[in-house]
Ligand binder design. Structure first.
Ligand code: PLP
Length: 397
């Protein structure tokens, strides 16, 4: 079975982890700070905090921006649930901005309109979380300029986008945001098994986030109350969490990061092949202008009326595991209970109803990719035939 995504681990990765196991601290040693430094080097951001998941990174980013009960934070419906959940972790309300159907990202025009209305109603969001869907950056310059006008903070959920570019620079440099978040889950660009990171150019913000990721405990004299008796002293000054990354994970992150550019180059070649092989099929492909900039975490096609379950099952029978990214977050039962309904974000719902993610991962071979292309051609043809037969049966009934 060809999976939709897959990590790549080599001997160098294994040796790095074994070295930590045999010779070093398992946690809170040298590897985590070294990985954080490597992330800054790669992205160009000034500060990085490695944590145990992107979900944790999103949570402490919201806390550092003082998101709390009574606040609202906006995000996109086409994302993994964690992007919205982190807002709820802080007791704040979630609202969504519809997508641009072409880029499948947060739509700056919809954002501009919604901000204008929100200002009139005195319900401006405290922050927005922009998701770089499938690895292609949102129009961050435009989004950031808009948000600054209204005093709204900006978090980039770049879980799909490590290794991608925007305006000739690496995604993650935080030029147009307060924070950027990455995930190192095995399906993402690089992996630490579980893991995530938070980047920022603002020292005060990264210090706040670090505090919340480490129990709310500080050893900085400047942050403590009263006279400190000795070097063993620490103080808990906020209610924080244990979101630390271990040194085992960070060691893996360092060797993985060294291979990131090669991974992205391969992903871009595979995406280019898909564009060439699939352009004559009855499908809506991703926007080809994304080719050279996207990190190509996903290659998601939209069906044009074919029965998705049928196409999915035919692919499955041919040994190809497709997937759907994503069911719109606002239609998850939890969010429906909070008052969201079908029809609230039509572009997102239309996209979600027709999309199918086909396999793309850096270790995918040309032969595997040709197999996916052929299986998809056949599945689409068969689905069309079956739809015609069904229509014939219906009208002769
Ligand atoms: C994977 C992902 C997350 C969550 O990442 P974890 O590291 O698994 O917590 C959040 N947002 C998006 C867009 C993701 O793809």
């Amino acid at each position: 079975m060809i999976p939709y995504g897959k990590h790549s681990i080599d001997q160098q990765d294994i040796l790095a982890v074994v070295d930590v196991l045999e010779n070093q601290f398992l946690t809170q040693g040298k590897q985590v700070p070294a990985f954080e430094e490597a992330l800054c080097q790669y992205t160009g951001a000034q500060y990085a905090l490695a944590v145990n998941s992107a979900t944790s990174a999103l949570h402490v980013a919201c806390l550092a921006l003082d998101v709390k009960a009574g606040d609202i934070v906006w995000t996109t419906p086409i994302t993994f649930v964690a992007t919205a959940n982190c807002i709820r972790f802080c007791g704040a309300d979630v609202d969504f901005v519809d997508i641009n159907p072409r880029s499948r990202n947060f739509c700056p025009t919809a954002l501009a309109q919604k901000l204008e209305i929100a200002q009139a109603e005195k319900r401006l969001p405290k922050a927005i979380i922009a998701v770089h869907f499938a690895g292609y950056s949102c129009e961050m310059q435009q989004i950031y300029t808009l948000c600054q006008q209204y005093g709204v903070k900006v978090i980039e959920d770049a879980c799909h986008a490590l290794g991608g570019d925007y305006q000739g620079e690496k995604i993650g440099n935080c030029r147009y945001s307060d924070f950027t978040v990455f995930s190192f889950h095995p399906v993402k660009s690089i992996t630490t098994a579980e893991g995530g990171a938070l980047l920022s150019n603002q020292q005060r913000l990264i210090e706040r986030a670090t505090l919340f990721a480490k129990h709310g405990v500080t050893r900085e004299q400047a942050q403590m109350q009263d006279v400190v008796e000795g070097p063993w002293c620490y103080q808990q000054v906020e209610l924080g969490f244990n979101y630390r990354m271990s040194d085992l994970q960070a060691a893996l992150g360092i060797t993985q990061l060294a291979k990131l550019d090669a991974f992205i180059t391969r992903r871009r070649t595979l995406a280019d092949n898909y564009f060439n092989h699939l352009e004559n099929l009855p499908l809506q492909l991703p926007d080809k202008k994304q080719l050279a900039e996207s990190a190509w975490h996903l290659y998601a096609v939209e069906l044009k009326g074919q029965n998705r379950l049928q196409v999915y099952q035919l692919l499955q029978q041919a040994g190809v595991h497709a997937n759907v990214h994503y069911s719109p977050v606002h239609l998850q039962p939890y969010y429906q209970k909070l008052g969201f309904n079908k029809g609230d974000f039509p572009a997102a719902e239309h996209y979600a109803a027709h999309t199918l993610t086909i396999p793309l991962f850096q270790s995918m071979t040309d032969e595997q990719q040709l197999h996916v292309v052929q299986a998809l051609e056949q599945a689409l043809e068969q689905a069309l035939e079956q739809a015609l037969e069904q229509a014939l049966r219906d009208c002769t009934k």
